[in-house]
Design a protein around this ligand. Sequence first.
Ligand code: F6P
Length: 339
Amino acid sequence: MRKKIAVITSGGDAPGMNACVRAIVLAANRYGHQVVGFKHGYNGLIENEYKELTADSVQHIIKLGGTILKSARCEAFTTDKGLTTAVNNLTRNEIDSFIVIGGDGSLRGLDRLSKHWDGQVIGVPGTIDNDLSGTDNTIGYQTAIDTALDSIDKLRDTADAFERIFLVEVMGRHAGFIALASAVASGAEQALFPESIEDPHLELESIVQHVECLRKVKGKSSIIMVIAEHLWPGGVTDLAETLTKQIGIECRPCILGHIQRGGAPVAYDRILATKLGTYAVEIINEGQSGVMVGEINNRQCAHKLNYVYSEQKALDPYLVKIQQNIFDVVQCLNQTKTL
Ligand code: F6P
């Protein structure tokens, strides 16, 4: 049956969202469906601002960062009035299936919509944070790691030249995926992320001890600490000041910020986006609804929306062990003492 599929990109944009839109359009065309794109996330659905998406309109967008549909966070959609307007516009435009490419908040919104609209709803994980269950990787995560890594490598050059201590803040919302991965890949001396710290203030002593220990073991040399955003109240600027006072050596903060969301998607994200966009259309053909598509161990899968945003996804425990135990200078020193 020929269907009319609507798509939005919502929340924090992620490299690979365009590749996903392209895949949805090409796969939909292949199966004889029509595709429209609402602009600016859920805002476009409420404002009824949309455009037809054809194979021509998605030509060559696979390599572009950002999103041609624009993105936004939408306060109005969280209200009953906004939700009703969105539902009315889906009905008025005779939409059969609605695909949302976005992160946790966007998929939460989609789940709520599904309780008030009879059409098919499908989520696609698009966020640099990688904090959604039901998929090993979210679209944009691998690119964000590479972007953060590129910056940290550059910081290392100048940190080494001055034998300085740098505290680098990376994104991830309330998850430590980018922090852990970019710390391991850059050979950072320390990584702090929410999954391993309950109360950051209680950790201050151990952070200080860690830096002092590094100085003892490595002598005067550069130290890079990668810190997840929202971890330290006041952010890395505050932590850098506190540490400077405590250890008497100047610590410099560096916030990577939104740079991590930009840039051309790496091959991995383009391929993942292509697979998940295509798979979203294929499960629409099967009549599925209320799920997010994902990929686990290289196999495509679909999980209930409320599972993907409410079940906490764990960091790779082996990577945590390597960063915080096997490669950790303090642990090594303690072990040597007991030998
Ligand atoms: O969810 C993606 C993300 O970039 C998070 O890592 C970050 O906390 C947040 O969005 C920033 O949102 P905004 O661009 O609205 O400030």
